[in-house]
Structures are given as structure tokens and as C-alpha cells.
Unconditional design. Structure first.
Length: 119
């Protein structure tokens, strides 16, 4: 091996090892939802979302036990579901497809919130 080849190989290895640290890995979008007594509010806009990995951070502001259920909009496959005690915040990381998604509270009846996802 020539010296130039060794240097190039070392540099490529260093870049490959640093990719996850420097944020070149796949990005995750966070969606903050507050659950009230019978409805949700979102801190971020849910318009213009793309397929990918999302972290849903849900806070119970209803003053009683509630839940969070997330499903694929087209297949109705359950992507996540969990209960929340009063004042509790929980999060879940979910892969969202181009089908879009819908969410609701299965404990304290709320309407389905449907969100379309673009390509």
C-alpha cells in the first residue's frame, strides 16, 4: 500500500464513523400533542409532513386518565397506543408512511384526527 492510499483509507474510515455523530443520519421530526378533555392541540403544524420517522410527545392536560392511539390512515394498522395519567407526558417513535396517520384518545372519547402525508 502506498502512503497516499493509507491516508485516504484512514480519512474515509473517520468520516464513516463520524456520520451518526454529526447528524448526517436520518432525521426525526418531533410532534408535540397536548390532550385535553375531549380534544387535542398540536404545538407544531401538521400540514406538509413527509413519510419518515416521527417522535410523538403527548401530554395529558385533561385532569383524568386518558390514552393515545395512533394508526395508519390507509391500512388502519395500530402504530402505537398507551395510557396517560393526569399531567403525564409520554413519547413514542413511529415510522409514518405516505398513507398518513390518524390519532385519538381511546379512553376519553375524541374524534379521529386524520393527517395526510405528502410524498
Amino acid at each position: 500500500m502506498t502512503e497516499l492510499y493509507r491516508i485516504a483509507r484512514s480519512a474515509l474510515l473517520a468520516v464513516a464513523l463520524l456520520l451518526p455523530i454529526t447528524g448526517w443520519a436520518a432525521e426525526r421530526t418531533t410532534i408535540h400533542l397536548d390532550e385535553h378533555n375531549g380534544y387535542f392541540t398540536a404545538k407544531e403544524t401538521l400540514a406538509g409532513l413527509k413519510p419518515g420517522e416521527y417522535e410523538f410527545v403527548v401530554t395529558n392536560k385533561a385532569g383524568k386518565m386518558v390514552g393515545f392511539e395512533l394508526r395508519d390512515l390507509a391500512t388502519n394498522e395500530r402504530l402505537e397506543m398507551f395510557p396517560l395519567e393526569p399531567g403525564q407526558t409520554r413519547s413514542a417513535v413511529v415510522k409514518i408512511s405516505a398513507n398518513g396517520f390518524r390519532y385519538r384518545c381511546p379512553i376519553n372519547p375524541t374524534p379521529w384526527y386524520e393527517v395526510n402525508v405528502g410524498q
